[in-house]
Ligand binder design. Structure first.
Ligand SMILES: CC(C)(COP(=O)(O)OP(=O)(O)OC[C@H]1O[C@@H](n2cnc3c(N)ncnc32)[C@H](O)[C@@H]1OP(=O)(O)O)[C@@H](O)C(=O)NCCC(=O)NCCS
Length: 155
């Protein structure tokens, strides 16, 4: 196995990242949109967000020049407050490693890079919705079920 490098994603990665996003979500449930239409829409969205200051950030895992995994982070601005408290939360999404590369530590490296950024930038809470199988990974990085968080779903 070649060395795996973790780096920040740039807009030029968008086409590859859109494909990973499609793989990830369409294996969890059937796609409701034709693949080509989704890839075009998603790649444009990703290229835009990765170029926009203050918007989504993404880290990719690269092996032999091939992107094999990704993780996305949205900085959530808080309203300014006068007490000694960080003014930013983080929302992590779409942690994904290509199936043939899973369970070899790549996802942990991606999550570690993302959380190191959150620490360096003094984020307050970092939240995410895990898949059932990935809960053990997040638990190892300090994520826990909280009793002081409310969520409302439509319907
Ligand atoms: C979750 C995922 C990114 C982890 O990356 P990885 O390189 O496989 O993980 P690592 O080798 O660093 O760590 C292993 C941990 O990953 C998780 N994991 C392993 N295979 C997994 C799979 N097929 N699906 C979900 N999570 C998995 C488990 O928590 C595992 O820990 P455990 O074996 O002690 O239970 C990767 O497995 C994946 O892309 N899974 C499918 C997509 C997914 O469920 N993403 C999470 C979104 S919240």
């Amino acid at each position: 196995m070649d060395e795996v490098v973790i780096r920040a994603a740039v807009s030029a990665d968008a086409t590859v990242l859109a494909r990973l996003r499609y793989q990830f979500r369409s294996t969890l449930e059937p796609a409701a949109e034709p693949e080509a239409a989704f890839l075009g829409r998603c790649a444009a969205w990703m290229a835009d967000r990765l170029a926009r200051p203050g918007s989504w950030l993404c880290w990719v895992a690269v092996e032999a020049d091939v992107v094999i995994g990704m993780v996305w982070l949205l900085p959530l601005e808080k309203i300014p407050n006068p007490v000694a408290e960080s003014e930013r939360h983080g929302y992590i999404s779409s942690l994904y490693v290509r199936p043939e590369c899973q369970a070899g530590g790549v996802g942990s490296h991606l999550l570690d890079a993302c959380l190191r950024h959150c620490r360096a930038e003094q984020y307050d809470a970092v939240i995410l919705w895990p898949t059932p199988r990935s809960r053990s990974l997040y638990a190892r990085f300090g994520f826990e079920v909280r009793e002081d968080l409310l969520e409302r779903r439509p319907g």
